[in-house]
Each structure stands twice: as C-alpha cells, then as structure tokens.
Write a protein that binds this ligand. Structure first.
Ligand SMILES: [Zn+2]
Length: 318
C-alpha cells in the first residue's frame, strides 16, 4: 500500500533527528555555526572560482551559490579529518529505513536501471555505498552481475550474505581486477567534496561504453527553490555539493564525460502543497497530492526537470 507523505517523512525524520543531534557537538553555541577548527573554505567544486554569495544557514553549516556557474555548495566545509571523525562516530540507520520503505526505493531503483539499460549492455555493475544491498538485489533480478562497496561493516556483511561481491573498503584503496559496464551511486555523490576527482577515478574503472549513474538531490527542484533552508535536501554538513542540471553537466564535461540521459524523480508536490497551505511541509495534512493548485502537475514538473532528485547517466559519447 502506498505510504502517505506524512508517514514516509515521519519515518525519514528518525534519521534526520539522529543526524542533526550529532551536529551540535561541532557547533559554537554562540553563533549556531560549526566551530572554525573543524572547517575550511574552498573554491567552487565545479568551476574552481572563488566568487560566491551566501544562500542560507542550516543546522550549523552555510550554503553558498557560485556566482560564476550557479553551483550550490557548503562553504566552509568540514576538513577531511573532521568529516572522518563525524562519520565514524555517527551511527547510520539508513539501511533500516530503506528496508522499511522497500516499495518506494525499489521503484526508484527500477527507473534508474531502465535509464542505464537503454545505453549500456547488461553485464557487471558496481554500486558505491551499497548499504545492505537492496539496489543490488533489484539489479541481480534483472540479470546484472552485482558488485558493491560499503564501509559500514554490519551492512557490508548483510549484502555479502545475499551473494553480492562486496568490498568493505574505500574505493580509492581497492585494487579491482574487474572493469564495469555500470557504476552506480544512489544518494552518495552529494556527500563527496571533490566530485571531479571521484568521477575521474570511476571513469578508469569503466569498460569501453560503460556508464556512471548518479541519483543526486537537485538544486533546480521546485521543492528546494520554494522551501530553501526548510528543505531536507540541505542538512548543512553531509550534503556538501548540491548539483543542478547545468552544474552536473559542466562537471561531467570537465572529466571527459557527457550526460547521456537525465530525468527527475520524486515530485515532492505534497510537501510543497503543505507549505503553501501554511503547514509543516513534511508533516502537514494536505491531502491534495496531485498538483500545486493551478500551477503545475506532477507530469509537467518532471518534464521540466523540476523534480526533487536527478537521475543522471554519464558516459563517453560514441
Ligand atoms: Zn562555480
């Protein structure tokens, strides 16, 4: 049975509250911002320029917009050692949530595989941050040979038990003998500070005609633009890079890749309707889910690439 917006977000808010509670340990209570000893300033992760305006603060962090290429990113950002400290001491319950709302995620996974299979032959697939392997289960059912990388030991073991080839280490440190027809990152790429370095590294692991698939929150989405700092896409710490259509295309091109397919998923129209009705966007009671009154319906919203998340297929153009 389909979950209501409210039910889904009540479940997600468990993860949200747990993660935000961890932020306070790093904050200066006087400013409400992260203490400077944890953070450093950086140039735009897409165009490299140092010309930005502040968008808003969120839970200790600051989002800025690059005035040259319109990239939205956290600045200052946690240093490498600070972020390692944060992830090691912050228990993640993501896999529990994925297992609990299976149908919602399986739907998204199948849409992503549809996009990939339009372009790439079915062969070997590598899922980065594969968690307990729910996506790999779906890929295996569709006859892919499934590989994964997962740092969390509990989730790694779970995925391994299900018969996937999983590594419990960072991709950077692995000496992989296999090359892949597809490499997937589901809600992972926005956590990576240096997207350019990461795309280049993954490109080297692709077979000829192989593709990289990203599902990322979109700075172009109507929900993000209307809700701004109230939007859950912005957490102030983990989601360091929020790409839009233009900026992900620009970054890909810098790495010798092209956007071969792009679409948006999850309209968040229910959330926007709540907000426009003066209710809590995530926990309000608005029942009208199908359209933002007299403005836009779900289908048109996705046609205009205004959905909450982008699903992007990158590869070398033939
Ligand atoms: Zn820029």
């Amino acid at each position: 049975m389909e979950q209501t917006v409210k039910e889904l977000h009540l479940e997600r808010s468990k993860l949200w509250d747990a993660s935000i509670a961890n932020h306070t340990k790093y904050m200066d209570p006087k400013t409400g911002l992260f203490e400077t000893k944890w953070t450093e300033y950086r140039p735009c992760p897409v165009c490299g320029q140092n010309n930005f305006s502040k968008a808003f603060e969120k839970e200790g962090g600051i989002y800025v917009k690059c005035l040259a290429c319109e990239m939205v990113y956290v600045n200052p950002v946690f240093t490498d050692s600070a972020i390692t400290h944060y992830y090691q001491t912050n228990h993640s319950i993501q896999s529990e949530i994925v297992e609990n709302s299976d149908e919602f995620y399986v739907n998204l996974y199948n849409q992503g595989l549809d996009s990939i299979e339009k372009i790439s032959p079915k062969g070997t697939i590598l899922d980065i941050g594969c968690s307990s392997g729910v996506f790999l289960d779906v890929a295996k059912k569709r006859a892919w040979q499934t590989h994964g990388v997962e740092l969390n030991e509990k989730e790694f073991k779970f995925a391994q038990k299900k018969g996937h080839h999983v590594h419990n280490a960072l991709l950077e440190t692995l000496d992989l003998k296999t090359k892949f027809d597809a490499i997937t990152l589901w809600d992972v790429f926005e956590h990576i500070k240096d997207g350019e370095f990461y795309l280049n590294m993954m490109s080297k692991l692709l077979k000829k005609d192989g593709v990289i698939f990203l599902q990322i929150p979109s700075s172009d989405s109507l929900a993000a633009k209307i809700l701004q700092e109230k939007c859950n896409m912005f957490d102030g710490l983990e989601h360091v890079n929020i790409y839009g259509v233009k900026t992900i295309t620009k970054l890909a091109e810098k790495c010798g890749l092209s956007v071969l397919d792009i679409r948006t998923v999850i309209s968040e129209i229910g959330v926007i309707n709540n907000y426009l009705n003066y209710e809590n966007p995530y926990l309000g009671n608005t029942t009208n889910k199908a359209y933002i009154p007299d403005l836009i319906d779900e289908k048109t919203l996705h046609e205009k690439l205004l959905g909450y998340k982008l699903q992007v297929v990158l590869g070398v153009k033939a």
